[in-house]
Design a protein around this ligand. Structure first.
Ligand SMILES: CNC(=O)c1c(C)[nH]c(/C=C2\C(=O)Nc3ccc(Cl)cc32)c1C
Length: 278
């Protein structure tokens, strides 16, 4: 463990705090998730093992990179070394924009959306896993708090603490994510599926446009009712009809009618952001 010099705590993730650390051999900066597994239930320990096994598989420019883990049995700590994202989390950027009365530009939103769709495509249809193709991975907790930004403001999907490997061993049934981004199928207690991640990403896009989640309520049942109705306010004239329509598709109440990442990645504006047609 003394390979890294601990610096300041920068945030909290599933199961533990996130600390900025410096690798002593070359001075490179990383983020280290620090978990005291004494406090964890058996189920949580299994979920943590699942998270690390999923993270190890994923190699993608728009997914927070996992490097290594250390177990400090003497202190019952697990340390997960990951990519440092200098721009922090998107939830903090949204809060700051709101405070300053600033808005994301349409181009910024399309770029973040394109990058996160590619990241989600890798999870759902992964071909470039570390050891080749991997079973579909559902993130299950996509929200601005779990999207990070690097020094060039590229999006990095992170914190797979609630994710599930869809290898048939444990079909994702329970939902433990953030209610704002909960999809209609989860409210009606159907199984979580890849389209539920699409719904959550659609909610993130709406929040980038308005700085508020699309569905809110004074009570859980009011929030649930609004999600199941799926009615969203039109965007301000700052944003194009094209962006609104694209987001509307991601927020279709019936998950069977919601497009998958493959379809969404065919959109000309998305392809332009990813320089796919040059
Ligand atoms: C105030 N904190 C920050 O600005 C901040 C910074 C500079 N980085 C982060 C977070 C992460 C970071 O930099 N790398 C990460 C890898 C995994 C997870 Cl779950 C989180 C991170 C945060 C929350």
């Amino acid at each position: 463990m003394d390979l890294y010099e601990p610096l300041n705590v920068i945030g909290s993730g599933s199961f533990g705090v996130i600390r900025k650390v410096r690798r002593k051999s070359d001075g490179k900066i990383f983020a280290r998730k620090e978990i005291d597994y004494r406090k964890m239930s058996e189920r949580e320990r299994k979920q943590l093992v699942a998270e690390v096994n999923i993270l190890r598989e994923l190699r993608h420019p728009y997914i927070v990179r996992y490097f290594e883990r250390h177990i400090d049995r003497e202190n019952s700590m697990i340390y997960i070394i990951m990519e440092y994202c200098e721009g922090g989390d998107l939830a903090a950027v949204v809060r700051k924009a709101k405070k300053l009365g600033k808005r994301f530009s349409e181009d910024q939103i399309w770029n973040l959306l394109a990058q996160l769709l590619l990241a989600l495509h890798e999870c759902h249809h992964g071909a470039s896993g570390k050891s080749g193709p991997h079973p579909p991975i559902l993130h299950r907790d996509i929200k601005p708090d779990n999207v990070f930004l690097d020094s060039q403001n590229n999006a990095k999907l992170g914190d797979f603490g609630l994710s599930r490997l869809m290898d048939g061993s444990d079909f994702a049934r329970t939902y433990v994510g953030t209610p704002f981004y909960m999809s209609p199928e989860l409210i009606s207690e159907s199984a979580y599926n890849a389209k539920s991640d699409i719904w959550a990403l659609g909610c993130v896009v709406y929040e980038l446009c308005t700085l508020e989640p699309p569905f809110q309520g004074k009570t859980q049942s009011q929030l649930a009712a609004r999600i199941q109705r799926g009615v969203i306010e039109p965007l301000s004239r700052d944003y194009s009809r094209e962006l609104f329509q694209f987001m509307r598709e991601m927020l279709r109440v019936k998950h069977e009618r919601r497009p998958c990442t493959t379809i969404l990645l065919e959109h000309p504006r998305i392809r332009q952001c990813l320089h796919l047609d040059q």
